[in-house]
Each structure stands twice: as C-alpha cells, then as structure tokens.
Design a protein around this ligand. Structure first.
Ligand code: 6CS
Length: 273
C-alpha cells in the first residue's frame, strides 16, 4: 500500500518548469543580440557603443524586464536566424523584417520598425530602375544586396539571375561598389540608404524609393521558438512603451514612424507577402 501512495504522490508533484529564459537572462544581467550594423536600424560606434532604433527599443524593453545590458554581435542577415536557433544569441534586434518563412523559424515580437525598399543609383538613375523587375530585364545590370536579406530575395523572385546579384557585406561596401561602377544599384531599406547617402555627401548618387512592387515591411525582435514566454514578456513591456509614447520618442528621431508599427500586427505581417 505504502509503495502505491508514494507513486501517487510523485505523479501529483508538479514537474520542474522548463528552464525560464527570462530568469536566466535576469541572472545573466545582459541579453546577447544579433545586429547588422546598418544605421539607423543598428549601429556600433568605434568605442563599441551599440545604438540604432532596434537596439534602443530592445534596451528600453529589457530594462523594464530587469535586464540592464545588451551584448551585440554583428552578423549577416542570412546568418541571424541560424545563430539564434543555435543559441549563440538570445534575440535578434536588427530590423529583420517579418516574412512568412521567417515567422515560421522564430518567435517574433509585435512590430517595431517599418520601412519600404530603395535603390542607391548614380545621379539621374541613368538605367531608369524603378523595380527589381527593371533590373532583371536589363541583362547588363548588376545589383548589390545583403546576403540572405529581403532585397536579395525580392530581386531573385523578380528574375534577377544569381550571377548578376552581388552579396554586399555592409553599407559602406555597397556605397563604394556603386561609386566604382561595380554594381549598377545597391538595395537596402529607404532609411538605410538615405542615411548612407547623407553621410557620404556624394552628389553623384541618388536614392530611388520606394521600389515599385516591393511591400512595406516591419521588423520585430526575434526570439528562439522555444522562448515564447520571453517573447510574450517582451511584448507586454513593448505595448506599454507604445501606449506611453516612449516608443515614439525612441524610434521617430531615427526617422521611423511609430504609427506605422502600431497600425499593424505580427499576425498580419506573418500572413502577408
Ligand atoms: O530584414 C532584412 O532582410 C533587411 N532588413 C534590413 C534592416 N536591412 C537589409 C535586410 O535585407
């Protein structure tokens, strides 16, 4: 009889909760984030200070969750999700736009940064590029884009052959490649190219935006699929920031529209495009 009672007691005992990622991060005191170093989304200064709209929003949210510091690592967009899935980072806060295939791979927060796509081209846009299809239809045209990024995928989907698509590691390299004529267009989101061109002061270049036929995308902070409790806690504090106006105070100086992010949802963005 006694054995039976012990067995029943053990079965009734609550199973140890899955290790709680939020508690782990609170104990760790910092969050390891993946970023792209593409202002105004993300930036790392020469002294190592991390800024940009995505890390600044993440910092504000994580502070509310009792986690003070961010530890950033720069990665190619196409490498960010594998890095998250392998546990090398705790979150992606980089302007990684929500798309169905990405929504299946990670747990996104609610929307944070929204933007259209753009092309950096020589002044006067001599080849008349307005869409990725225009680039596909010009057999001599070469386009640069981040590896594994949204613009690369849009160009491939529009028919730009892989051998006319150049993987560009960072915005400065893309600028130089257009300046040197090694590519005819460099594609990034509008705010990234506007920032890049303004800082370059190069009057021989211009930004064509928005790329016709390309959606307006929004990012969210991305978490490992098994960390939905952490993602949900992030969303609770993100919603409070949006409600209080603090969210707009963070993103709008960078040129982003708080209203655009607040007018849509993760579910809508993950179902679209
Ligand atoms: O989500 C992406 O793939 C794109 N996001 C940004 C902020 N820059 C380029 C990248 O391709």
């Amino acid at each position: 009889m006694k054995k039976c009672l012990i067995a029943v007691a053990l079965l009734a005992a609550p199973l140890p909760a899955m290790a709680d990622k939020l508690e782990d991060l609170q104990k760790q005191g910092y969050v390891r984030i993946a970023i792209g170093n593409e202002p105004p989304y993300t930036a790392v200064a020469s002294d190592g200070k991390v800024s940009g709209a995505a890390p600044d929003v993440a910092r504000a949210v994580f502070e509310k969750l009792g986690i003070k510091d961010l530890e950033a690592s720069i990665a190619e967009y196409g490498a960010m999700i594998p890095s998250l899935q392998a546990g090398r980072v705790d979150a992606i806060t980089a302007g990684l736009f929500m798309k169905p295939e990405r929504c299946n791979a990670v747990a996104y927060s609610q929307p944070i940064l929204c933007d259209a796509e753009a092309l950096l081209v020589p002044k006067g846009n001599p080849k008349g590029f307005k869409s990725y299809a225009d680039i596909a239809n010009d057999a001599s045209a070469r386009m640069g884009a981040p590896g594994g990024g949204t613009e690369e995928k849009l160009a491939l989907d529009a028919g730009v052959p892989r051998d006319r698509l150049v993987v560009v590691p960072d915005p400065q390299s893309g600028l130089k490649m257009v300046q040197d004529g090694r590519i005819d267009a460099y594609s990034l989101p509008v705010l990234s190219l506007n920032d890049l061109l303004a800082k370059s002061g190069d009057a021989n270049l211009e930004v064509f935006a928005p790329v016709e036929g390309a959606p307006v995308y929004c990012d969210g902070a991305a978490f490992n699929k098994k960390d939905t409790a952490l993602r949900d806690a992030f969303d609770v504090e993100l919603a409070k920031l949006k409600e209080s106006g603090e969210f707009a105070q963070i993103v709008e100086p960078y040129g982003f529209s708080a209203a655009a992010a607040m007018s849509t949802t993760r579910d809508a963005l993950c179902a679209a495009q």
